[in-house]
Design a protein around this ligand. Structure first.
Ligand SMILES: [Zn+2]
Length: 333
């Protein structure tokens, strides 16, 4: 019991606590040396701290547990740091009490990797089920060099975990628009937020065009649906994939392209750019213009979306390796 709690305290926590206690820890090889908090000596290096947080005092023979007690980590810290684990896909995952605890942990890990000072995520998007229960959150960081970092966290029985949403995933903005009979589907949360802001009943699958098949489209049962697509090939293919997913669910499907309203719409431009461009037009007027967009359903329906091949490698010149059944199963998993 005592050992288990000691192990959950990191060496950096110990060093920080020793520093607070005036023990002046200094790095020494892989570990540290410090003044011992368990006896009243003068030496600044009687306490040895190993890289994995084990301690021993060469003067008074205090061990790890004695030192932790003296610096009061043994009683306080383990209870905080020992969060319960749950098993997801066969692996232990920390169960946090609430959304904010996971956000804190994820934020720390994003910046730990980068080695720079951390800041809160630039975008926080929350996903709810039809009853309004908060199920998942998507965090996005944008960096000066144009890089983006996205993380998903989700609710799990009894708390929150740092894991992506499970299929079928809820559509973004689901509870807000459940009652509407006419619903717009667009590509991406940025566009959904922009259209939502001007009063359009809009939803989007998480991760935009990447994986619409993982979303739960059954909520569109009996609704009239307008799919708003970007005018590049990927955007139109997204429209076709969504169209195929909902054609037997929705009662009426239209497909619109905002370039019909704004011919100067940039090729990678989306609904958010359109709303921004016409920020001085009142929302009611913009909604009328959106409703008046011509239908491109037939053009979109004619698109043949090829399943993206899994990376194909030319193996003709390589020796053949036969896989046993277990190896094959491992590769599929
Ligand atoms: Zn000592």
């Amino acid at each position: 019991m005592a050992n288990e709690s000691q192990n959950s305290i990191s060496t950096s926590d110990i060093v920080a606590a020793l520093r607070q206690h005036g023990c002046d820890p200094q790095s020494d090889g892989d570990g540290y040396r410090a003044k011992c908090p368990c006896h009243d000596g003068k030496s600044n290096n009687s306490l040895a701290i190993s890289a994995d947080g084990k301690m021993y005092c060469h003067s008074c023979a205090a061990n790890t547990g004695d030192v932790l007690k003296a610096i009061r980590l043994a009683d306080d810290r383990p209870r905080q740091s020992r969060k319960p684990k749950v098993t997801i896909d066969g692996k232990p995952v920390t169960l946090n009490a609430d959304e904010q605890s996971v956000i804190d942990g994820v934020t720390w890990s994003v910046f730990q990797k980068l080695g720079t000072e951390q800041w809160p995520s630039d975008r926080v998007r929350r996903y709810h089920d039809a009853n309004g229960q908060h199920l998942a959150t998507v965090l996005l960081w944008k960096f000066e060099n144009g890089d983006k970092e996205t993380r998903q966290i989700r609710r799990h029985e009894g708390g929150w975990i740092s894991k992506g949403m499970v299929s079928p995933r809820p559509l973004y903005h689901l509870p807000d628009v459940m009652a509407a009979s006419d619903i717009v589907i667009c590509e991406g949360e940025r566009s959904a937020d922009a259209l939502h802001d001007i009063g359009i009943m809009v939803m989007t699958p998480t991760q935009g065009a990447k994986s619409p098949k993982k979303s739960d489209w059954s909520v569109l049962d009996g609704k009239a649906v307008t799919i708003s697509v970007y005018i590049d090939n990927a955007g139109r293919e997204f429209g076709k994939v969504v169209f195929d997913l909902i054609r037997d669910i929705a009662v009426d499907v239209r497909v619109v392209e905002l370039k019909d309203d704004w011919p100067e719409l940039p090729e990678k431009g989306d609904a958010a750019d359109w709303v921004e461009q016409f920020a001085d037009v009142n929302s009611g007027e913009l909604r009328k213009r959106f409703d008046a967009l011509p239908d491109h359903r037939e053009d979109i329906d004619a698109i043949v979306v090829k399943e993206k091949p899994r990376r194909q490698i030319d193996t003709s010149g390589l020796p053949k390796i036969e896989l046993t059944l277990n190896e094959k199963r491992l590769m599929i998993e």
